[in-house]
Design a protein around this ligand. Structure first.
Ligand code: KG4
Ligand code: ZN
Length: 356
């Protein structure tokens, strides 16, 4: 150790995340200590386009990632030599951005002669509850992000069984599109949640997708369409009250639907993995307080404990990638520098593909 710090841990990993519109680097140790967690959001770069533009994202990651890593090291006083491994998101995500982070991670691993860990971004989200809390496998995970809506049984590192997924849009995508229709900015989730605070969730009758159907799949496109019809029936631009009522009604419909689908998943999970004790949420949409509160009540009603990471660890960050790197490194699961970045990378490759 070349720093002033006592080494009271075994594994220290640098995590790099560039799969969407956050450039992030973090250093975490196996005692769950986050030494540094730097996240640079590109929200302003994409704002004029109302959504993430892949080429702009990749260019911006390229412009900032080396400085961010250098600052992370400087901030902690750590040297590359203090690290035990370098972890980088290698998919799924916007491939241009993924390549920037993966290549940077490999280059550092090569230069510093450290092992490289190729991390699945979704596994980063899925293992975050073990970074924040001392919980054992198996647990039930609701993964709700800008690109995904899935319910998985997390059985171990690299071991996932998908119980349900979206048959159309991702959950965060639905929030983002509704925000756009309501005349709110990007990213939509936080804006919808903020607007909903002063709205009437019962003003607009919106559908609860897949209600009463067996299984744990999700659907959001019909709900999104229903929101579009409401918007078209209102005077535009929407008044602040209309915006608030629309957002509250939408948020309520999503929450009701997710609660119903998650109830089915809890029943399945308890049948197959009765030793499991927790329902956890992860991914950007897990930042939504209404959803968290509802799922918390639901878990307790079904005899499970509920866990939601702090907001900063729900949305994309480097700490979750570093932690997934630690979990894999401890099991000897390191990767070669020829590991190919990939735009698609399911956590459960055996799950039935609903859409090709
Ligand atoms: O996990 P994440 O940071 O990036 C992906 O891997 O996709 O998730 C981003 C998504 C966006 O769609 C954003 O609108 C949504 O999470 N989100 C929220 C909230 N905060 C972020 N959705 C609902 N309520 C929120 N408070
Ligand atoms: Zn994510």
């Amino acid at each position: 150790m070349t720093t002033k710090f006592e080494r009271d841990f075994v594994v220290l990993v640098l995590g790099i995340e560039t799969s969407c519109d956050e450039t992030a680097a973090a250093i975490v140790d196996d005692q769950r200590r986050i030494w540094v967690d730097r996240v640079l959001s590109q929200t302003e770069d994409h704002k004029p386009f109302g959504g993430v533009v892949p080429e702009i994202a990749a260019r911006s990651h390229l412009d900032h990632i080396d400085r961010l890593i250098a600052e992370a090291l400087a901030q902690t006083g750590l040297k590359l030599d203090d690290l035990d491994a370098i972890a980088a998101t290698c998919g799924p995500g916007l491939i241009g951005g993924v390549m920037v982070g993966a290549t940077m991670g490999k280059a550092i691993a090569l230069a510093a002669k450290k092992p490289f860990v190729a991390v699945n971004h979704l596994e980063g989200h899925a293992l975050t509850p073990r970074l924040t809390h001392d919980i054992d496998f198996p647990y039930l995970l609701l993964l709700a992000s800008g690109g995904h809506a899935q319910i998985l049984a997390v059985l171990g590192v690299g071991q996932y069984r998908r119980l349900g997924t979206t048959i159309d849009d991702a959950m965060g995508e639905a929030f983002d599109k509704v925000a756009k229709m309501a005349g709110l900015g990007h990213p939509g989730g936080p804006q919808v949640e903020r607007a909903a605070q002063t709205g009437d969730p019962a003003r607009f009758a919106l559908p609860r997708p897949l209600k009463g159907r067996p299984g744990c799949d999700f659907s959001f496109s019909g709900l999104k369409n229903a929101v579009r019809l409401v918007v078209e029936s209102l005077p535009r631009p929407l008044s602040p009250q209309d915006q608030a009522d629309l957002c509250a009604s939408f948020q309520q419909a999503v929450t009701d639907s997710v609660a119903e689908r998650t109830t089915n998943a809890i029943v399945q999970f308890k049948q197959h993995w009765p030793v499991g004790t927790h329902l956890v949420v992860a991914g950007g949409v897990a930042a939504n307080a209404k959803l968290r509160d509802t799922l918390s009540l639901l878990s307790h009603r079904h005899g499970l404990s509920f866990l939601a990471p702090p907001l900063s660890l729900c949305t994309d960050n480097g700490a979750m990638i570093a932690w997934a790197g630690i979990e894999r490194f401890r099991l000897g699961l390191t990767d070669g520098l020829d590991f190919a970045p990939r735009p698609r990378w399911p956590l459960d490759p055996d799950a039935t593909q609903i859409r090709p």
